[in-house]
Ligand binder design. Sequence first.
Ligand code: GLY
Ligand code: MN
Ligand code: MN
Length: 264
Amino acid sequence: MPDDQSRNISADAHRRAMAHCEPGLYEYQLEATLLHTFVDSGARETAYPTIIGSGRNAFVMHYCSNRAQLKAGDLVLVDAGCEYRGYVADITRSYPVSGRFSGAQRALYDIVLAAQQAAIDQVRAGNHWNDPHSASVEVITRGLVDLGLLRGEVHGLIETGDYQHFYMHRVGHWLGMGVHDVGDYRVHGAWRQLEVGMAMTVEPGVYVPADDERIPVDFRGIGIRIEDDVALTRDGVQVLSAAAPRAVAEIEYTMRHGGDLMTR
Ligand code: GLY
Ligand code: MN
Ligand code: MN
């Protein structure tokens, strides 16, 4: 299970990067904020190359050139975590460069957030590895149908794989001493059962093609992923990275008022 400190340091670094973000900065300047927090906290190594993808760079799965300038109106996707005492964190947040989500960005963000919660709710002893993924696919497909970005019947769109036009990766992977930690996902051909003590990421995303003319302009080119680290404990699922602001209101608050924690 990821060390307590690695996830707190990484969540803190995300909060500070969010508070620092503004139009005109370069992606590498957000990276610098994250790295400063890691090292300043005693975590001298990142868990993997830090991804700061603004605008369409969010679509590039392992983007790490981090050289573009942040533009008002765009979202920025920040996928970063540190290693501490041998354990790693892997956290993604997506937020508006200017500090305020547009209507279209917010509508999509809330779908991804609901998909993530549905997936987290499936992380239970006795469920199998694919249950969280299936839950995320269902919520995203339904959400995109409701918004009119996908046309058809939800289960049909899932069966044909048409939802993959917008959501083309799995919901997560094992996490621990490595970012994609060792471990089987299937046993004798069947999805592996979830057990107490397992740790994994839950990271659904929606990536709306920029060049698809059937899609309303406001939605085109938006890429959002929300990634948290969870552990299955005797008391149920625990979100290890919960200290990184995640809901729209928490993100906008953090961006407006700085890195201080929001009182709820
Ligand atoms: N940061 C790598 C991953 O999310 O899998
Ligand atoms: Mn991951
Ligand atoms: Mn990640």
